[in-house]
Design a protein around this ligand. Structure first.
Ligand code: NAD
Length: 484
């Protein structure tokens, strides 16, 4: 029976557990047998094959993402295809140097030895991905897994069934199943996979499920990379260029309908700039998405909430805030039949409201005024560490003050979201927003075992071996005193 038979959120077929186990066993055999055969040349060829299939299926990818949540073609090109293509090109360009043994210097006590670190494949890897950037966050990590010489099983999200089925087909067209395979299905399929002793798990999703993944990994002492979420704040001080900030924030927040892990969740703005900011954001929303409600709703550049559950969750956040005294400053228009919420700005929120506590993950942007930035720093430090943090200011000292007094996965100064696209920056969170990193060398490293290799040439360490005669004791004492 084929694991491919498992599609969508339907209950798992009783035979599927066995199919997944035999798939895992075949990948394990392949990982062991091919360890030395996955040469640089072989890996480069795999990456090229993946890119070629994706290129050939570009129109299908655009169609599938439209079917799943009306994602506009240009957004698919920029946020789903480009990051994976870039990841492939970057890995192809640098893999030779990443794979080269990295020589390391020793201490005096290591005199007479040579040492190096080699990045070697971990083995069989599991990639569990979310629905919000289904291609980018399934195939992007796959690039790192293959560059590092692993085999991989991908479990895409059940919430974007058209795209997940397409990812399955793309993978099946490109790789034998004992090298890369896709297991479609819901949380039950995920849990069946998590019972297996993978060599590495790369999970992208919510912090709640991240904890389940880490607990399952602990049973086999499997290493994990967790790319999670949370509330990413934006801080705008009184020196910031408000028009520029608004332009970037509207793009960062409302692309993908706000369903972006690193979208600005909420804004803290210096009180004397709050009015100008709201005005600038409103103008920018209308310039980009349409002047009237109906133009915004019929516009082709604004995708939809992924499913009714998330639509209702977002409506409940807005309703809870409104009932407790928050003000809708822009938007707030809804249509459940289309899972549509217009780009929405909201003011007068308080920390007690659900919208201030939960990750928003939709097109709703609270704007909070501040007088003293130290209060903002204190508020950020009182919650879980964010995945991203954004500062808009012309004062370098202001940005430095925030960066030095807070923690987050990543930071952009005078921009938002774009650090994801930088090939030489590690992408990841901190604690509640994630563990480990993705992208470029850092992604390759996550999927690699850093193997320490020491070669003895003429080391004098034997002088410290037992029996512990008085002269050996003296030598040990001397070593500890001088080198310790
Ligand atoms: P999710 O955690 O609900 O699901 C992610 C994956 O886990 C899916 O494949 C799903 O089938 C599986 N899953 C769900 N419940 C499970 C369970 N009980 N046991 C095992 N597997 C289970 O996340 P989502 O709704 O798909 O995505 C949204 C979340 O992901 C947000 O919190 C967002 O911030 C985060 N995210 C993070 C990044 C990042 O790079 N850090 C990127 C995108 C999304």
């Amino acid at each position: 029976m084929s694991v491919r038979a498992v599609t969508g959120p339907a209950p798992v077929h009783p035979g599927v557990g066995g199919a997944i186990e035999s798939l895992f066993a075949s990948q394990r055999r392949s990982a062991v047998e091919n360890r030395a055969k996955f040469t640089l040349k072989a890996r480069l060829a795999m990456l090229s094959r993946l890119k070629a299939t994706m290129k050939r299926r570009e129109n299908d990818i655009i169609g599938a993402l439209y079917a799943d949540f009306r994602k506009p073609e240009s957004e698919v090109r920029l946020t789903e295809l480009f990051p994976v293509y870039q990841e492939i090109s970057h890995a192809r360009r640098h893999l030779r140097s990443w794979l080269r043994p990295h020589r390391v210097h020793g201490s005096l006590g290591m005199f007479g030895t040579a040492a190096e670190v080699r990045y070697q494949a971990k083995g069989v890897c599991l990639i569990i991905s979310p629905w919000n950037y289904p291609v980018n966050l399934s195939l992007g990590p796959l690039v790192s897994a293959l560059a590092a010489g692993n085999t991989a099983i991908i479990k895409p999200s059940e919430l974007t069934p058209a795209t997940s089925a397409l990812i399955r087909d793309i993978v099946a067209e490109t790789f034998p199943r004992d090298l890369v395979a896709v297991c479609e299905g819901d949380a039950q399929v995920s849990q069946t996979l998590l019972d297996l002793p993978f060599d590495h798990i790369f999970f992208t999703g919510s912090p709640q499920v991240g904890k389940i993944v880490m607990a399952a990994a602990a049973k086999h002492l499997t290493s994990v990379t967790l790319e999670l979420g949370g509330k990413s704040p934006t801080i705008i001080d009184s020196t910031a260029n408000i028009e520029h900030a608004a332009r970037k924030i509207v793009w960062g927040k409302f692309s993908n309908n706000g369903q972006t892990c690193i979208a600005p969740d909420h804004i803290y703005v210096a009180r004397n700039k709050a009015k100008a900011l709201v005005e600038a954001l409103r103008n920018e929303i209308r310039r980009v998405y349409g002047q009237s409600d109906s133009q915004q709703k019929s516009g082709a550049d604004y995708c939809r909430i992924v499913n009714p559950r998330h639509f209702e969750r977002l409506c409940a956040l807005i309703d809870d805030a409104s009932a407790r005294g928050a003000t809708i400053l822009e938007g707030g228009v809804r249509d459940p039949t289309q899972k549509y919420i217009s780009p929405t700005l909201i003011g007068d929120t308080t920390p007690q409201m659900a919208i201030s506590q939960e990750e928003i993950f939709g097109p709703v942007l609270p704007i909070i005024e501040f007088d003293d930035v130290n209060d903002v720093i204190e508020e950020i430090n009182s919650g879980p560490k964010p995945l991203a943090l954004y500062v808009f200011s012309k004062e370098r000292e202001f940005a430095d003050l925030i960066v030095e007094n807070t923690s987050s996965g990543g930071v952009c100064i005078n921009h938002n979201v774009v650090h994801f696209l930088h090939p030489n920056l590690p992408f990841g969170g901190a604690n509640n927003s994630g563990i480990g990193s993705a992208h470029g060398f850092y992604g390759f490293k996550s999927f690699s075992h850093e193997r320490a290799i020491l070669r003895d040439k003429f080391s004098v360490l034997r002088l410290l071996f037992p029996p512990y005669t008085p002269s050996v004791k003296n030598m040990i004492n001397l070593t500890v005193r001088i080198l310790g």
